[in-house]
Design a protein. Sequence first.
Lengths: 324, 87
Amino acid sequence: MLYCYRLFDRHIFSSHELKLLHRVTHDIEPGHRDVLLEWSSDPVLPEGPLCAGRENWGIFVLRAAEGVWAVLPRTGFVVWVPKCGTRLTVHPDVNQLAVHETMALPCRDVVNSLVTGLLSRLPSMWGDVPLHAALLKTPEGYVLLAGMSGIGKSTLGQLLARRHGWILLDDDACVASITGGELKVIPMGGMTRLRADAANRMQLSGPLLSGYADGKVMVQVEQSALCLPEWRPVVALFHLSRNNEHSTNHSSNSYISRLDTVNAVTQAATTAIGLDRESFQWRTNRFHVAAQFGKIANFLLRYDQSQTPEAVTDDIENIYAEIH
Amino acid sequence: MSYQRSPDALHAEVNGSLILMNVESLAYFEFNDVAKRIWDLLSDGVLSEERIIAILVGEYDVEPERCQTAVATFLKQALEKGFLVKA
């Protein structure tokens, strides 16, 4: 069975990529506007992950017990492999592959991830700039936690809500725009419903949402904010990253550094996502939003696995308290 | 030789700094005060290297030879990074 999402009235695949997709999917002729999700109980591709095409295209096809999912490079998607319970994050830069060693129910998650990946990029079509960042509300304004999938946005966002009383508005994506010269950020809004709708339409079973990383009780996302987002100033942006070098000394906040202006702008730009990353307009919009983020406090966190999320959130809260 | 801003160069004033990005290369750059002034001078269009030097020598307490060297260095770098183009 092949599901074909025709969500866009613009080309998101190049002709070269289409040829590759055609080879992957065997029996269909994909169009420039299609996003393809093949769902078969009898996959014909060989075992194991298969990298199709040139490596730097970042095109991955993974055979799984319940299907094959082909994803394209410029946007980056989460790929779920139910057979081994592994989740891969496919980035435009294939050097950034994060492996989540978590077990999960696959079906709905795959669709959720695909639909989320597509829908969260839609605002770029009308000039807004989607950001891959969790959005929290503090008494002073909005705080963002940015970073690649699996880095801990949800985990830290949940803990900041539980332990420090911040309000979690979205644990994965938000939308930035500039209105009247001012930066405005709102939660992506409606994604929960959109994801559920997509899963229901495809008659897939499984949990409604993929769940919270540490398996504890989730803090409810502030639903009212999704319907009618209020304007608040953006006061801080934390860039999360993983330090591969194991460090034993975390007695201070030394793994947190404040970015200077040009690095803040550069780093903020990496948070933006879009459908067509090559377009002049998207790059322009991204730059101007990133420049606005350069005006606020930007911090880079490089933590390793020896640090507990609780400790990291405490440090975030301390740093945040210092700037306010 | 005359110069003008590249259409691929985006700029923004951030916390008193002038940040530029080349849309094609995605290179980011922060301009110092003199570079900012040259960038401002080019806002109206094309200027020759000699004219830029003459304006800066009139505005700053700097020897012409030193100014000439600094401007030439800046123009070379700005060309390489795609923030300026030759007119």
